[in-house]
Design a protein around this ligand. Structure first.
Ligand code: UDP
Ligand code: MN
Length: 656
């Protein structure tokens, strides 16, 4: 009994000791936290050792500060944000909203998040930006073959455009006014809806990014501009870290949000939309320059009809010289059967001799991603951007088909002009060639119904990927059903009737294979949509040499099927097909299956492949002798194997 009593006393003493130790530890932790926080809040103002750069906070998870504003509209997730449910708030690392519009001294603490940057004073001049020229020969970190490597690259290789030239041009240059004189007299309502300009960027160069921001601030009237939202989609380049935060903190009306996860174009824009307070979202690429008066005409068209999605005329900034080039009006956005987007300038888009046509918007089957304005609520209710899409590519086509099919419309507004820097090439595609195909597969499977076969025949890589993996599009199909969207047949006949619908009959479409040369009819790259010479070259197997002999006896070529096999004297070329049938006999060909002959109807001559080897040696290219390149000519019909052709279908698409 006494023994038991002593044991209890010892245990009590031990317990007391443990509690004492625990208390002591708690006091230490609290004190150190207090000093740490104090340091964090006050050190920026202190002279002395440089502040810990922001980028050092990013990689180590225990150091993360997840900064959320309890009053942020995105946190009041309402029904209209439904498509964003997959986007977790903890994907956000830094939220640097130092610029409360009109606030000279932003608070150090706001809501329940801490501000990492020093209280910026708008009256002090912005710090000098980092030098931007001389980026030549820098090392960049790339994920190559599953490993991280530092690779020496030139400015053009790093960005896909000539940053060295851009760095020498003022961040606030003025573009020449290319608007039609009729636009200058246009009056816009004073009560236009407010706009949030959402600019996502991933490893953009300093000069192009800041030129974009300054051009918006310099051209958009303050009364219509709610904010400029800059969204950093996990950039790695040093100049986009603390230097950028610091620079932006001196700009009125600009907020910078950083994502801790790479979201891609669509995901990043959807995040921007969730954070935006303006009534109209203006998604803008991070390398644009706005013309005077660009915003008002866009807002007016959206205000008149909230389901209207609009774009300015997109002028071009040359990737090499950074020269500004105005785009020809009328222009509209379209895409082809390989789901590539392009702008089409075509005088026939305008009604005849209407004096107002130079300033009237034109309806557009699709819009590019460079600048697009859309009502914020309509954007959410029509399904934002497809969260299943990868980093980059074709998201503007998905949005276009969806907007039209699910109750909206699209147009280009000519009194609004914004210039966009067209990349020489896409650095993202260096990392993953199949990105684009995977996104296109989602579009084809979600939106194109049976017409998707036409796509898969012209993009065999997409076909093979789709054979081995099926995208999860259940949610998007559900959205399509719940919104009551129309089918692709409706879209083709009502919105984009100018797109030729290939017949792709078995045995009469595919690669046009020549028996005598073991090569395929081919349209060399770089000749454009207007047409040009055709030749024979090694069969590509990619779908790029696909053609279609239709019931009109035309051999339709190219991803739009708008080019027709034609003859100029004995030379065989591609030229624009007529917009309306019946077609002319110059464009008609008869295929004789038994002999494999393709007979030109007007001349009754046969299509023959002529090897380059028969030309004088001086005109030969060295590699042509090994690869079966040759010309296509019209010759009197014989049974020579060089006049024997087969249409070879490469793939049997899903459900075919
Ligand atoms: N972007 C992004 N995350 C990505 C890829 C692109 O935020 O993973 C941004 C990019 O910086 C640009 C916009 O999205 O502002 C569109 O990309 P890009 O200009 O490269 O496409 P393009 O105009 O060539 O189609
Ligand atoms: Mn772009």
């Amino acid at each position: 009994m006494r023994l038991w009593g002593r044991a209890t006393a010892v245990r009590r003493r031990m317990l007391f000791l443990w509690l004492l130790l625990l208390g002591f530890a708690l006091v230490i932790v609290t004190l150190s936290d207090f000093f740490n926080n104090r340091d964090r809040l006050h050190s920026p103002q202190k002279p002395g050792p440089p502040r810990r750069p922001l980028q050092q906070r990013i990689p180590s998870p225990p150091d993360l500060e997840i900064l959320l504003d309890s009053r942020d509209p995105a946190l009041e997730l309402s029904v209209d944000l439904a498509p964003l449910k997959s986007l977790q708030e903890d994907q956000l690392l830094l939220f640097v909203p130092l610029t409360q519009q009109g606030t000279k001294n932003p608070p150090q603490r706001k809501g329940n998040y801490k501000v990492l940057l020093p209280g910026a004073n708008k009256d002090t001049p912005a710090p000098a930006p980092p030098p931007t020229h001389g980026e030549m020969g820098k090392a960049v970190r790339l994920h190559l073959e599953g490993k991280e490597r530092d690779v020496e690259v030139s400015a053009v290789e790093k960005y896909g455009y000539n940053e060295v030239v851009s760095g020498r041009i003022s961040l606030r240059r003025r573009l020449p006014d290319a608007r039609h004189p009729g636009c200058l007299g246009e009056q816009y309502s004073e009560s236009l809806p407010s706009a949030s300009v959402v600019i996502c960027f991933h490893d953009e160069s300093w000069s192009t990014l800041l030129r974009t921001v300054h051009s918006v601030l310099d051209t958009a009237p303050k009364r219509h501009l709610q904010e400029v939202l800059l969204l950093d989609d996990l950039s790695q380049h040093g100049h986009l870290k603390s230097v950028l935060s610091e620079y932006v903190s001196h700009l009125d009306g600009v907020r910078l949000i950083r994502s801790t996860k790479r979201l891609g174009v669509g995901g990043c824009r959807a995040l921007g939309a969730a954070r935006a307070a303006g009534e109209v979202l203006v998604f803008m690429d991070s390398h644009c320059e706005c013309q005077k008066g660009w915003l008002e005409p866009l807002l007016e068209r959206v205000a008149q009809d909230r389901t209207r999605v609009v774009s300015p005329i997109m002028d071009l900034i040359d990737w090499q010289t950074f020269q500004y080039n105005a785009t020809q009006w009328p222009v509209r956005g379209v895409f082809d059967w390989t789901l590539d987007f392009y702008w089409e300038s075509d005088p026939q888009l305008l009604p005849d001799k209407d004096p107002d046509s130079a300033i009237q918007p034109v309806r557009s089957p699709a819009l590019g991603g460079g600048v697009v304005a859309i009502d914020r609520h309509f954007f959410q209710s029509v399904g934002a951007y497809d969260p299943g899409m990868l980093l980059w590519g074709a998201e503007q086509i998905e949005l276009s088909i969806r907007v039209w099919s699910c109750g909206g419309s699209m147009e280009v507004v000519p009194c609004s002009r914004v210039a966009h820097l067209a990349h020489h090439y896409q650095p993202y595609l260096l990392l993953d060639q199949e990105l684009l195909q995977r996104n296109k597969i989602r579009i084809a499977d979600t939106w194109m119904d049976a017409y998707r076969k036409i796509f898969y025949r012209r993009d065999t890589l997409a076909h093979f990927i789709s054979q081995s993996e099926s995208p999860n599009i259940t949610e998007r199909l559900q959205l399509k059903r719940s919104l009551g969207c129309r089918n692709f047949h409706w879209y083709l006949t009502t919105v984009y009737p100018q797109l030729y619908i290939p017949q792709d009959r078995p045995g009469l479409s595919g690669e046009l294979y020549n028996v005598g040369t073991s090569s395929c009819a081919n349209y060399p790259r770089g000749q454009g949509a207007q047409g040009g010479a055709v030749n024979v070259a090694p069969c590509s197997g990619t779908g790029s040499q696909h053609c279609d002999l239709n019931s009109e006896l035309e051999v339709r070529w190219g991803p739009t099927g708008a080019l027709c096999l034609d003859a100029k004297g004995e030379r065989v070329v591609l030229s624009q097909c007529p917009a309306h049938h019946p077609t002319t006999s110059r464009l008609q060909w008869k295929y004789i299956k038994l002999s494999g002959q393709l007979v030109h109807q007007q001349s009754q001559l046969c299509l023959e492949a002529v090897k380059e080897g028969r030309l004088p040696l001086s005109t030969q290219r060295e590699d042509n002798t090994r690869t079966n390149t040759g010309r296509l000519l019209l010759r009197p019909c014989t049974h020579h194997p060089r006049q024997q052709w087969h249409f070879e279908q490469l793939v049997a698409p899903k459900g075919a």
